[in-house]
Design a protein around this ligand. Sequence first.
Ligand code: ADP
Ligand code: ZN
Length: 186
Amino acid sequence: MKLTPRMGGWIEIVCGPMFSGKTEELIRRLVRAQIAKQKVEIFKPAIDNRYSEGYIVSHNNRKIKSVVISDPHEILAHIDEADVIGVDEAQFFDKSIVEVCRSLANSGKRVVIAGLEKDYMGRPFGPMPELLIEAEFISKVLAICVICGDPANYSQRLSHEGGQVVVGEADKYEARCRTCFDPPHP
Ligand code: ADP
Ligand code: ZN
């Protein structure tokens, strides 16, 4: 019996610590899809308004238009004829993002997700573990440890604020390897 692939949808994830190039890689994949004349829709959570309302922007200033949403179900209302759905900062969504992405992939869409899998304590962040087990493809990217130059898999919070969600950039976080990572003691 010959099995011909049906080419349904799938989920791909780019994960890693802050400054590792997740957004850069997400933008690279989505721009290539646009060049191939695929219809792309991109979403980011309302919480992450760091640079620009209507765009996702990488730390090296590449950007692409996106829709700001607070509830993952809003994605379903915005996708129109999209072939490819991009999601940035997925860790900030509630767990309903998992069901939404699953149903998008089941209906034949390519879903490309970028997200931090670890919080400032090194713990799993939001829905990322469930998204990672749902994904067909996972790319792990790393930054460079600003203390020693080793591969950095952790986001070191520099401020003394508590709480899992403290939105900030190089003013509040830096990339660290496992040896140099020093999680705050509760
Ligand atoms: P992420 O989405 O993972 O936070 P971005 O894609 O927004 O990352 O930004 C990646 C860019 O961040 C790199 O191309 C580089 O210009 C910059 N950068 C800043 N600090 C570091 C670091 N410690 N290691 C690697 N890249 C860094
Ligand atoms: Zn280090």
